[in-house]
Design a protein around this ligand. Structure first.
Ligand code: ADE
Length: 240
């Protein structure tokens, strides 16, 4: 998969994509991330990408010309058509379901706004989809782009070492994840691991994990449970 990012801070995107699972996926050639600075597509001495907003009021807006030219260069660099996504609090909230769908695409272009955002005409002409990473306002789209790069990057086949581990992620089955423990059985503070996990009884362990996931989701994210139809076995576990 190839991801091109239009950003005033290419170094931020390079740093975010260089580490951990996504960094390794890049080294393995599973994903390629490139950053493009719209300032490189300006023609004035100040390399200006923003203008005052029409109609008055505070704040600056990113203007269409450098962004249009930057997107054209991104398109020319790689012929494969990209799904063009603009990161904005006005967008649809990102979910694991959407992440899974985006991860299947061969190419994404992520547009990061700064200031009050980008000129609406550019959105109308160039943007396929607007995505928000949550109901709060960031000073730019770069963190959202980094979130998408990470979330879709780790789903590229071969990116995770344990082939199974994405299947057990939170949200993959509509629930939050169950708790996890590792050695020692009793830690230096005297806290013990739940005994069932040491029992070797795989059915009991699976039941315990499912009940913990259900219970946590019920306590912390009842909205997720409300959207699911629980099996009779799940309802029994919740009632336990
Ligand atoms: N840019 C500013 N705030 C944002 C948000 N919540 N999600 C995505 N992009 C943003």
């Amino acid at each position: 998969m190839r991801i091109d990012v239009l950003t005033l801070f290419p170094e931020f995107i390079h740093a975010a994509a260089a580490v951990g699972v996504v960094g390794r996926a890049q080294q393995r050639g599973l994903i390629e991330v490139a950053a493009w600075n719209p300032r490189d597509f300006t023609h004035d001495n100040y390399r200006r990408v923003d203008e005052r907003t029409f109609g008055g009021g505070p704040g600056m807006v990113m203007s269409t010309r450098p962004l249009t030219d930057c997107l054209a260069a991104i398109r020319t660099a790689v012929p494969e058509p990209a799904r063009v996504i603009y990161l904005t609090p006005q967008g649809a909230r990102l979910t694991q379901r959407r992440v899974r769908e985006l991860a299947l695409l061969p190419r994404l272009a992520l547009v990061c706004g700064r200031y009050e955002g980008i000129d609406e005409r550019l959105i109308a002409r160039e943007i396929d989809e607007e995505i928000s990473i949550g109901d709060y306002v960031l000073s730019g789209g770069e963190l959202g782009a980094a979130v998408i790069i990470d979330a879709v990057g780790r789903l590229q086949p071969g990116a995770l070492n344990d082939a199974d581990s994405a299947a057990h992620d939170s949200f993959e089955d509509g629930l939050l994840d169950c708790p996890h423990y590792t050695r020692p059985e009793v830690d230096a503070q005297g806290d013990a691991v739940p005994a069932v996990l040491l029992s070797g009884d795989h059915a009991a362990i699976a039941r315990w994990r499912r009940r913990e996931a259900l219970g946590r989701t019920w306590l912390r994210r009842p909205d997720l449970l409300a959207r699911m139809t629980l099996s009779r076995a799940d309802r029994a576990l919740l009632d336990d």
